[in-house]
Every structure is written in C-alpha cells, then in structure tokens.
Design a binder for this molecule. Structure first.
Ligand code: SF4
Length: 364
C-alpha cells in the first residue's frame, strides 16, 4: 500500500497557496504531531508495510531534524525497497537536516525551488532565496542524496520569458533526477486571487503560459528528461513511484488534517482542521472525515480518466459496451488533435491535449 502524510505547518503563507496549512503553530502542537500521526496510522492502517511513503504539506521540513526523526519513527515500518519521499523548503535544509533525513531512511527528496529569479520568489511570497536553494542542493548532495526532485513554477507575472528560461537552465544545472513544472494558477481564497480581482496583479495571457510550458518540455527533453505525466519529468528510472501508484489507481491512505485516501471504492478526506484532528486522536478516535462510496462503474471510470495524465495513456476495451463508447470519444478527440493513438490500442494526450487536459478529461 501507499501512505501519504500531510504535515499541516508552514512558517509563513505563500501568496498563491490554497493548501491546508497553519502558520504560528505552538511548540506543543508541533511536538505532538508525530505521536498523533502514529496513532492515526495505527487506526487507519494497522499492520501496513507501505511500499511508498510521501511526506507532503504544508512544509514537512518545518518540523526540523528532531521532528522529522520522530515522525519517521512513528510511522509503520516500510517494505523492503520502499520509496520514501519528503518535500523540503530550501530555507530549512542544512547539513543536520539532510543527515537526519538519511538516517530516517528517506530515499527521495522534493525541493521546492519554484524559480531561480529573486523577483519571482518575492512575488510568490516564498520565504527562501535562490542562495538557499543552491545551498540546500549542495547539502543534500553531500549527505548522499542521489534522487532529488525540483519544483518549478511557470507563468509568474512579470517573470515570464527570459526569466523562466534562466530558471530552467539553473534547475537543469543542478542535475536533479526529476522535475515538476506547474503554471501558476489563481486559487480562490488566496491573496493572489484578491490581487487579481482588484486589478493589482495581471496574470500572463494563456499563450504566454502555454509557451513557457512548451519551452520547459523542449529544454528538459534536450537534457534527457521524459515528460511521463502532465506536469512531471524524470530521467529514466526516476519517476515518482508514489504518484505513479496514485495515477494508476492503486489504493493509498492519507494521514493528517486534509489528507485524502482511496481504499477500494471508498474515498475519504480528513477535515482540514488541525485542532479537531488532534482532539479526536488524543481521545483515541479516528479524526473527522468526509467519506463517500463510489459504485464499481464510477470507480472504474475514475481510474480510466486519471490514466490519461500519464504518457503511457489508456486502452479502452472494445469488448464491452462502455469500452466501445469510450473508443468513440477517443477517436473524436484524436480527430481534434487532442489525443494520439498509440501502438497496441492505447490513447494518450498530444502536446495540444496536455494544454487543455482538464477539458479533455471532462469530455472523457
Ligand atoms: S510553503 Fe507550500 S504549503 Fe506552505 S504556504 Fe507555501 S506553497 Fe503553501
């Protein structure tokens, strides 16, 4: 099984962020978190030996070396050869933290570089600097981490074009094994959304955003990275196993406030409420969560559509009525240049299809 832990703490809130996280958590809340995650793991996943473990957030690295050690110790023992990923803010990474991650059995780190343009970092409200990213990459390399992923954000207002191209060059120069490249999106309820609505910020035009993403694909392909998912690139053999499992429709269990789980037909999302989550677990109860059960047909269809995120695509089964209906939609989308027919009967998004992936998936 695959295990995800949402660490709901951040030192400060970025301008564009809609993820659940709290700033200014008390020392007690931070210290209690590993113990409570251990308790939730025992309730939600008794006897589990995860093959992938992903610590995301929020900012897992804000727990510091001791907190991360305690969190790893509170989680179930991993299966042999498991992938253990931790998301890191470059501002938190130094030699002691990198060493603590190694000692805790972390096999893969995801560094939230986002951009190498100081002006873009300031626009985004990130608390790290370009120098922090370079120092973090160096500390991780010295600690022996080979499997490092970098996150990059395209389409930052005022920092498109040459600025983004320079960020790509600097990211590639650090020789990560994996990169995730996202366009900046305006999420409701964020300070960025308020600024856009009030006219204080003008987002780049769609064409500019699509050009940046196409430029990323071309530059990364030249450097040997394959785009194996809409937003994710890897050198051969360095695809993120945890995310691949999720996109392939495998079960996963999420622990922590706001964490989502998929268990067979059941979809569960913990309430995004740190204190309700902690009080329930302190009292020995599972934390509050929304839960829904899908029909086998809806579950199968969700897996079918999600599969289109991957470069390998999806093969409709022509032996069933549903498969034939899907085939007809795939052929229509192929005639529109949004899907491509692959050898063996599978269909995958074309470059144009990736640009409008949400609309393609809605059509499917
Ligand atoms: S560090 Fe990550 S989770 Fe925290 S506010 Fe920034 S984008 Fe959101």
């Amino acid at each position: 099984m695959n295990l995800y832990v949402h660490v709901p703490f951040c030192v400060s809130k970025c301008r564009y962020c809609a993820f659940h996280s709290e700033t200014g958590a008390s020392a007690e809340a931070l210290a209690a978190f590993p113990r409570l995650i251990g308790r939730e793991g025992a309730l939600r996943a008794p006897g589990a030996r995860p093959t992938t473990l992903y610590l995301g957030g929020g900012t897992p690295s804000s727990l510091g070396p001791d907190g991360l050690r305690a969190l790893a110790a509170a989680l179930p023992a991993l299966a042999d050869g498991a992938e253990f990923t931790v998301e890191l803010n470059p501002a938190d990474v130094d030699a002691p933290l990198a060493e603590a991650l190694r000692a805790a059995g972390v096999t893969r780190v995801s560094l939230g570089a986002q951009t190498f343009d100081p002006a873009a970092l300031r626009f985004l409200g990130r608390r790290h600097t370009v120098a922090d990213t370079l120092a973090a990459a160096s500390a991780l390399r010295h600690a022996g981490f080979d499997n490092v992923s970098l996150d990059l954000i395209a389409a930052v207002p005022g920092c498109c074009g040459a600025s983004f191209r320079r960020s790509l060059v600097q990211a590639i120069a650090l020789e990560p094994r994996h990169l995730s490249v996202y366009a900046l999106t305006v999420e409701e309820g964020t300070p960025l959304a308020a600024d856009v609505r009030a006219g204080r910020v003008k987002m780049p035009a769609d064409d500019e955003t699509l050009d940046a993403l196409a430029e990323a694909e071309a530059a990364l392909a030249r450097a040997g990275y394959a785009r194996y998912e809409i937003s994710n690139y890897a050198l051969p053999g360095f695809e993120c196993r945890h995310n691949l499992a999720v996109w392939h429709g495998e079960d996963y269990i999420g622990l922590g406030p706001a964490a989502a789980s998929r268990l067979g037909l059941v979809r569960r999302t913990n309430a995004p409420d740190l204190s309700a989550w902690a009080s329930a677990l302190d009292a020995g109860r599972p934390p509050p969560a929304d839960e829904e059960s899908l029909s086998p047909e809806d579950d199968e269809h969700e897996r079918f559509v999600t599969g289109f995120r991957l470069a390998a695509g999806v093969r409709p089964n022509p032996a069933t009525a549903t498969g034939r209906a899907r085939l007809a939609v795939c052929e229509k989308l192929t005639s529109q240049g949004l899907l491509a027919a692959l050898p063996g009967g599978a269909y995958a998004l074309t470059p144009r299809g990736r640009e409008v992936a949400d609309a393609v998936m809605a059509e499917l």
